[in-house]
Design a protein around this ligand. Structure first.
Ligand code: NAD
Length: 367
């Protein structure tokens, strides 16, 4: 491999600011490894609406289709909030992208450095060593997409709404495989979260997971937890988990809970992997910060670029198989924030904050 070819979708508000810095870092890291970046930038979200009339323009989709991965910023903000919900940037850009590339596996590291535990709402003495877990969420099935889904008026005039939770074995097995591969590169422990005491889909989920791990990954430590207990345990003692994995709606809630527990959105990256392989034989994926467009600080040059940079590192790992390069970037970010003590405003805690570009400069220095 000599070229890393990906689509760059910066989005809105702080999206382009942090994307610029992420690309600078990725360029330096790739250059050191003798690789060149081949990137095509395209509008998405509010920028797509303003310049092309829709949040995911066809031309942007074409750019993504021609690439091996998507590095995504974030979309939305006050400028487009009066649009009908279906046309709002986040919904009208991310959902079709998930659909177009069958992005079925969402991987969110819950990583909080020991030096940043003040950012967590948990008492710091509960997490002296910080937090290091991963949450894997099934992203294309379950109650968000199951049919029938409708609202009807009954004979007595009442309204009735129906959502349907559906899973089939193959959908459960493929997300179980992502959890297993992730756990193998970490502590080897997987906790599958379900509601098998109430839901049929969860009974199938648990049985499928047990059978799949017994057959394919007997070396891993597999446990199961009901979702209500998982929500409590995550707040009580997050580090009891290594890899958490679960279905779509439970994962939506638990991964957001995890983000809050880990403190700053400016540090949190994520990956959504598709079913298709890219031209290098690795999963096509979309990589993005866990946070939004932060309109309150946009244009001020103070946004934390780390989440976007770490999303770039995840892209190198998952969609290009560049494990060493990804680790070098992650180490440079960690060193900058912890040993060097450079902090943007969101993670400053009394220190003098640095701006977006200075933070990226320091990370490049550490590379
Ligand atoms: P947000 O994540 O944008 O901001 C929440 C808080 O976190 C703000 O105080 C913000 O300043 C801070 N923050 C977030 N990222 C930061 C960073 N990199 N550096 C420093 N501080 C950071 O959430 P919100 O305010 O609820 O949403 C703003 C807009 O973003 C909305 O339109 C929402 O729909 C959109 N959004 C988009 C995505 C996405 O594109 N995937 C995700 C979430 C929210």
């Amino acid at each position: 491999m000599s070229k890393i070819k990906f689509a760059v979708l910066p989005g809105d508000y702080i999206g382009p600011e942090v994307m610029t810095e992420a690309l600078r870092v990725l360029n330096v890291a790739a250059g050191k490894a003798g690789l060149t970046l081949e990137t095509t930038v395209a509008d998405v979200g509010g920028a797509g609406i303003d310049n092309h009339g829709k949040a995911l323009p066809d031309s942007t989709l074409d750019v993504c289709r021609a690439a091996d991965a998507i590095l995504f910023g974030s979309v939305g903000g006050p400028k487009w909030e009066s649009l009908p919900p279906k046309e709002q940037p986040e919904r009208a850009a991310l959902l079709p992208l998930r659909k177009a590339f069958n992005l079925f596996a969402n991987i969110r590291p819950g990583l909080l450095y020991a030096e940043l535990t003040d950012a967590s709402p948990l008492k710091t003495n509960r997490i002296p060593e910080g937090i290091d877990i991963v949450c894997i969420r099934e992203l294309t099935g379950g109650i968000y997409f199951g049919q029938p889904k409708s609202t009807t008026t009954l004979d007595n005039g009442e309204q009735q709404a129906i959502d349907t939770m559906v899973y089939q074995t193959s959908e459960i097995e493929r997300i179980a495989e992502v959890a297993a591969v992730t756990a193998k590169a970490r502590g080897g422990r997987v906790c599958s979260v379900d509601k098998a005491n109430v839901l049929e889909t969860s009974v199938l989920w648990r049985k499928t997971v047990i059978d799949y791990f017994a057959k394919n990954h007997p070396d891993l430590e597999l446990s199961h937890m009901y979702v209500d207990n998982a929500a409590m345990q995550l707040a009580r003692d997050p580090n009891q988990f290594d890899v958490l994995f679960t279905e779509n709606m439970f994962g939506d809630i638990l991964s957001d809970e995890m983000a809050v527990i880990c403190g700053s959105l400016g540090m949190m990256s994520s990956a959504s992997l598709g079913t298709e392989k890219n031209s290098h034989g690795h999963p096509f994926g979309l990589f993005e910060p866990a946070g939004g467009t932060a309109p309150d600080i946009a244009g001020m040059g103070v946004a934390n670029p780390c989440a976007q940079i770490l999303s770039g590192a995840m892209m190198l790992r998952y969609s290009f198989g560049q494990l060493e390069l990804a680790e070098q970037i992650e180490t440079a970010v960690r060193k900058t924030v912890t040993e060097d003590g450079l902090r943007t405003g969101d993670i400053a805690f009394g220190r003098d904050p640095v701006g977006t570009t200075a933070m990226a400069d320091a990370i490049i220095g550490n590379l």
